[in-house]
Each structure stands twice: as structure tokens, then as C-alpha cells.
Design a protein around this ligand. Structure first.
Ligand code: FAD
Length: 560
């Protein structure tokens, strides 16, 4: 059970502390990179503050493929060290977050003119297993053509040669970020969303300052910290540009990746698939999840508004074509697409390289003023990225410390093993019958909140007599948890990043978002004007996911 809060209702207290206290470290950016750094530093006893200009995980960390993976594709680019590091990290991230990082069986069909032949796929998967020290029961198994068809009857058969089965880990990127942040806060960090860094002052060598705008009140104030880390993902260079030194030397190269969501029955795969896009030798994931299957991704150069990447008609058509080529009987059309999301990869620019060739390695830049920036990398490698940054800062602070997160169970992951977690889920799903809550709903909540679900259950029982149904009691209890322990401050925070409902349950959300707004309003005491503004803001996100439908002209994917 929780013994700390991370509550929107305490916002003024957090603001007062940020104004008054002096920190060892200020982290800019509440994506997975910033959250990981805050947790690593807090567990080593550093005094840490973190600020995020919108909501936690609002940037790339809620828009990825949501896999904790070793990056099989990087093996093809001979990035052996990267594959080894992220491969090993997979197992650690899984062990530390058992409720949100689950083993996922992945089928790799081997096709004519695909990127890897039979021998190279078998060898690649073998190397992958060994580089990543994959557990015996999760090691790759090569399949004949007949076995591959049996594993996935929807596959196109005329070009199919064979297949491979291996394991990746599926996650919810935004929830991994919030659980990491909650853990950092539990360890003493102060983290605030809707607080944007708008300037720096490094004139005092012993104590830097960052100027912050509180996005809710538009008040400005300074945070004092010995060191400032810029973990702003795609905005890393935007922040470097407001530092006195500007963007010198290496710079970011942003590429956009899009996913589409279709109802599960339209592409009802037996397991996830990682398949060739024969037309351009790229690879694509199709991942069943709850009642939908999501498919992606693209990789195109991006030079537009960083704050609003979205899928275009061209992106959607590209993914549909690739999917229909590999799963022809699905015959997916634009009408089947119920949602999309688009994210930006904050990669490091390398002259002459195409988006897919750019390295996914992370790099640290230190400006002469003292601003430390980190970019590149992957969700999977976030813990190691954090370790590197905090090692550097600890050294500058003359502190002898070592990383403590390798065996650190994140908030909600209070389980000894996956089996222990499964037992928890089954027990909870069957023990709540008296509230008339469908087991499916309890399972989804358990996978979202892990052991923290017990707080929600307790609250649901407490408020049930005043609610219309057990389901409503659970929904209200979930909102209360989100406000008190996950800093939810807007309708989009809840429906997109805390619960993933916009992406995975869009049709249902269309009928329920007004009701969710009224639940939140009750908890956060919003007046009518704020409720209207929240609904309008959520509708922007809702429409952005389907904005591609308003485009009529399609053009070619030149940069793919
Ligand atoms: P972000 O998540 O973008 O966080 C940066 C934060 O900084 C943002 O929330 C932003 O609002 C905040 N910020 C910006 N400016 C300011 C300011 N002035 N003041 C305060 N805050 C500010 N990796 C994997 O391991 N597995 C995958 O399956 C995978 N799939 C991917 C698919 C796609 C399409 C993409 C684009 C990436 C994928 N990645 C994947 C990579 C991974 O998602 C990213 O590496 C990771 O999420 C980057 O996190 P970040 O914290 O660095 O950036």
C-alpha cells in the first residue's frame, strides 16, 4: 500500500518547495529518460527536482511501439554493443516492473525478398538470444513453412519460406514512465508537471538556476540546483538554444514514427508479428492488445511542429499497404482504422544517413555553461542512460555512489515473479464478484496499476454505496487514485497517458469522455469554465488521432 502521495491536490506545496529549496540536480523533462534519471539520483541520496512542461510522458514516451526489446534490427546494422546492452536491460526492466512489462511471443515470418533469409534469420535470432542472455524457455525456435502457417494462418503463403518464434517484452510506455516517477518521488524527488523551463542562469558556478513558468498560473520563478540535466527528448536542442552556448557540435535529427489501431477482429493474430515491408526492406510490428491490434511503425524525417506530430494519410496508407501485403485476407481499409498515434525519435544527426540508418545510441553533451544534455537512446535502455548521467553528476559532486536501480521494484511491482503477479491478477479478478465488476475490467486494472490496485479496490468498496453501480465505483476510485498518486491534472492526462484509453478504447471513449470529465471535475473541483476547457482540449487530442482522415491527396513516402 502507498505511504506517500504524488497528488495534484498538493501542487502548491510542491511549487513552494521548488521555489525555496536548493537541489543537487534539476532534471528537465518528464519522459522515460528524465524519470529514470530522477529515480537513479534519488536512490543514491541526491536531492532531485524534475519539471515537465506538459504532462509526464506527454512526449515520445507515450507514443512508442511500447516494446522493451533488444532491437533485433540493430543486429543487421552490426550495432552489437547496443543489442547486448538493451538485450540485457530487457530482463532487468521486466523483473523491476512485472505488472507492466510482460513477455510477448513474436513471430518473424521469413519471406522471399525479405530483409533476412532463412540462415541469416536463424543465426541472427541465435546471436540475439546469446547476446541478451535470454532465458532457456524464451529462446528462439525456427519453424518450417507449414509450422509458420499453423502459428499464423493469416500470413501470406505464396512468398512465405519459413519463420522464427522468439520473445520480446510488451509494455505501456507512459505507465512505465509514471511508475518510474512515482518511485523517484517515493525516494524523495519532487516532480511537477505543467512547469516549463524558459531560461537558464549559469553565472554562479556553484549554483545554477533555471527559470520556470508555471503553466497553470503563468507565474515565473527560479529553481536552484548544482547541476541541470536537459532530458527533453525531441526538445533537447530547443533547450540548448536558450542556453548561452546555443546548439554547437552535435545536434538532434528527429524522425517520426506512426502507429495505427484496428479492431482485433479485423486482424486477429495468434501472437505479435515482426514482419518485412517488402517494398522498402523495413520491418513493422503488429501487436494484438485487449480488443485491438496496433501496427507500426514508419520512420520519416521530421521538420514540422514538434509539439504536434500526427499521422498523415500517407503514413496510414503506407502501414495499411504493408499489412495487407503480409496478411492479405485481412484486407484492411482506411475505414478500419479507429485510432493512430505519432511520436518523434530524438536521434543524433549523422551526415548522409537515412532515418532508419541513424544510430539509436544515446549521447551526452555538456555545454561550456554547464548544461548537461542527453539524447538518443531507447525506452528499453532508460535505466542504463540514467546510470551514466548520474555517475557523471555524482563524480562532479565528489560523491562516491553506485547505481541502485538494477534490482529496484518499481511502484506497483510488488511481486516476486511473473507467476506471483499472475496469481494476484486471478485472485483479484475472481474475488470482486459482489461488486458486479467483470473480471476483464479487473484484469485490465491490475495490469495497469499492479499491486497499487488494492488501493483502488479498497476505495471502490468504500464509495460503492453512493454510486450507481460497482463499475462506476471502480471508475471513480481509479480517478481518485490518478489524482492522489499520479498527478493527473487534465482529462487528456487520464484518458491518454494514465489509462491508454484514447488509443486502445477509442470508440468507447467517444461515448464516455464527458462522464470522465465530470468525475475528474468532482475530484479537482473544476468550475464549469474549466470543465469546458478540458473537454475542448481533449477533443483536440481526440481529433488529432484521426486528423489524417481530413486529408484527401496522398503522395509518396519519399523519405522512407
Ligand atoms: P520524451 O518522452 O519526449 O520526454 C521529453 C519530455 O521533455 C517531454 O515530455 C517534453 O514535454 C519535456 N520538455 C520539453 N521541453 C521542456 C521544457 N522547456 N521544460 C520542461 N519540460 C520540457 N524504444 C523502445 O525501447 N521500444 C520501442 O518499442 C520503441 N518504439 C518507438 C516507436 C516510435 C514511433 C518512436 C518515436 C520511438 C520509439 N522508441 C522505442 C524510442 C523511445 O520511445 C524514446 O527513446 C523515448 O521515449 C524518449 O524518451 P525521452 O524521455 O528522452 O523523451
Amino acid at each position: 500500500m502507498n505511504n506517500f502521495t504524488f497528488s495534484t491536490l498538493q501542487r502548491q506545496n510542491y511549487l513552494a518547495k521548488l521555489r525555496q529549496e536548493e537541489f543537487d540536480l534539476l532534471v528537465i523533462g518528464g519522459g522515460i529518460t528524465g524519470a529514470g534519471i530522477a529515480l537513479d539520483a534519488a536512490t543514491r541520496g541526491l536531492k532531485v527536482a524534475l519539471v515537465e512542461k506538459k504532462d509526464f510522458a506527454w512526449g515520445t514516451s507515450s507514443r512508442s511501439t511500447k516494446l522493451i526489446h533488444g532491437g533485433l534490427r540493430y543486429l543487421k546494422q552490426l550495432e552489437i554493443k547496443l543489442v547486448r546492452e538493451v538485450g540485457l536491460e530487457r530482463a532487468i526492466v521486466h523483473k523491476n516492473a512485472l505488472h507492466i512489462v510482460n513477455a510477448e511471443r513474436m513471430l518473424l515470418p521469413i519471406v522471399q525478398n525479405g530483409s533476412l533469409g532463412k540462415t541469416m534469420s536463424a543465426l541472427g535470432l541465435w546471436v540475439y538470444d546469446h547476446l541478451a542472455d535470454v532465458e532457456k524457455e524464451e529462446r528462439r525456435r525456427m519453424l518450417t513453412k507449414a509450422e509458420t502457417i499453423q502459428a499464423e494462418p493469416l500470413l501470406r503463403q505464396d512468398i512465405l519460406k519459413a519463420g522464427g518464434l522468439y520473445y520480446e517484452y510488451r509494455t505501456d510506455d507512459a505507465r512505465l514512465t509514471i511508475e518510474t516517477l512515482k518511485s523517484a518521488v517515493k525516494e524523495g524527488a519532487i516532480a511537477l508537471n505543467y512547469a516549463q523551463v524558459i531560461g537558464f542562469d549559469f553565472s554562479n558556478k556553484n549554483m545554477a538556476q533555471a527559470q520556470i513558468e508555471d503553466i497553470r498560473s503563468h507565474e515565473k520563478f527560479n529553481i536552484k540546483a548544482k547541476y541541470i540535466v536537459n532530458a527533453a527528448g525531441p526538445w533537447v536542442d530547443t533547450l540548448r538554444a536558450i542556453d548561452e552556448e546555443g546548439v554547437k557540435g552535435k545536434r538532434l535529427h528527429l524522425t517520426k514514427g506512426v502507429h495505427i489501431v484496428v479492431p482485433r477482429e479485423k486482424l486477429n493474430l495468434q501472437q505479435s508479428a515482426y514482419f518485412d515491408i517488402v517494398a522498402d526492406k523495413r520491418m513493422c510490428f503488429a501487436i494484438p492488445r485487449l480488443d485491438v491490434t496496433y501496427i507500426g511503425t514508419t520512420d520519416t524525417n521530421y521538420k514540422e511542429n514538434i509539439d504536434q506530430p500526427h499521422a498523415t494519410l500517407e503514413d496510414v496508407e503506407y502501414i495499411l499497404k504493408a499489412t495487407n501485403t503480409m496478411f492479405p485476407t485481412a484486407n484492411l481499409t482506411k475505414e478500419d482504422v479507429i485510432s493512430t498515434w505519432a511520436g518523434l525519435r530524438p536521434l543524433i544527426h549523422q551526415d548522409g544517413k537515412s532515418p532508419s540508418e541513424l544510430s539509436r545510441k544515446d549521447e551526452i553533451f555538456i555545454s561550456k555553461t554547464g548544461l548537461i544534455s542527453i539524447a538518443g537512446g531507447k525506452l528499453t535502455g532508460y535505466r542504463k542512460m540514467a546510470e551514466r548521467i548520474v555517475d557523471l553528476i555524482a563524480k562532479k559532486l565528489n560523491k562516491k555512489t553506485s547505481c541502485k536501480t538494477e534490482s529496484y521494484a518499481l511502484s506497483g511491482s510488488n511481486f516476486k515473479s511473473s507467476k506471483d503477479f499472475d496469481k494476484f491478477v486471478n485472485l483479484r479478478a475472481t474475488s470482486l464478484k459482489d461488486l458486479n465488476v467483470p473480471p476483464k475490467m479487473v484484469i485490465a486494472l491490475a495490469q495497469r496499476y499492479g499491486s497499487n490496485l488494492d488501493w483502488i479496490i479498497e476505495k471502490a468498496y468504500e464509495i460503492a454505496p453512493q454510486m450507481n453501480s460497482g463499475i462506476e465505483a471502480f471508475e471513480m476510485a481509479e480517478i481518485m487514485y490518478a489524482v492522489q498518486f499520479e498527478m493527473v491534472d487534465s482529462l487528456s492526462d487520464f484518458l491518454i497517458r494514465r489509462s491508454g484509453r484514447l488509443y486502445f478504447e477509442r470508440p468507447k471513449v467517444l461515448d464516455t469522455y464527458i462522464q470522465w470529465a465530470s468525475f475528474l471535475a468532482e475530484q479537482l473541483q473544476w468550475d464549469t469554465q474549466r470543465i469546458k476547457a478540458e473537454i475542448a482540449e481533449f477533443e483536440v487530442d481526440l481529433n488529432l488521432a484521426m486528423a489524417w482522415r481530413n486529408q484527401s491527396v496522398s503522395c509518396s513516402q519519399s523519405s522512407l
